[in-house]
Design a protein around this ligand. Sequence first.
Ligand code: FEO
Length: 171
Amino acid sequence: MLNKKVQKAINDQITAELYSANLYLSMSAWFDSMNLKGFANWMRVQYQEETFHALKFYDYVLSRQGSVTLAGIDAPATVWKSPLNAFEETLKHEQHVTSLINNLAFLAQEEKDLATGILLQWYVTEQIEEEANAEGILQKLKLAGDDPGALFMIDNELAARVYTPPAAVGA
Ligand code: FEO
């Protein structure tokens, strides 16, 4: 049985992950409208990853005989100043999510909830990758500057990203 405080915090995190999913899907649509199909693909895969993050928490709550309580999700932005600005916002958002995950891990410790602590180890590790991915693309965009050729090279690279459900690789 899940402790009520932990359950409430995980339900809040499900809402946060679903917001992340919508944010990146909105970015995907915006990149698509600019004909940057590789960036759009990368963000669409990111949307799938965030949906997985939400569902992993959802499945966990149910597996502990807890109650899933879905809440309203704020509308994400629909336009950004530039690809660089979209990735600045992505990195900022991921840093925020990392702090939410860390707070959840501290709460699990305070409440002596070992099982939730183990689940959260996966998310703590995942956030390292989430921030590194956003940071890596942000650095490339900074190097590209105003060179359209460099932007299209990054776009080509991001077109190759494929969604791999973590369960399929044993995570
Ligand atoms: Fe669910 Fe991008 O962290």
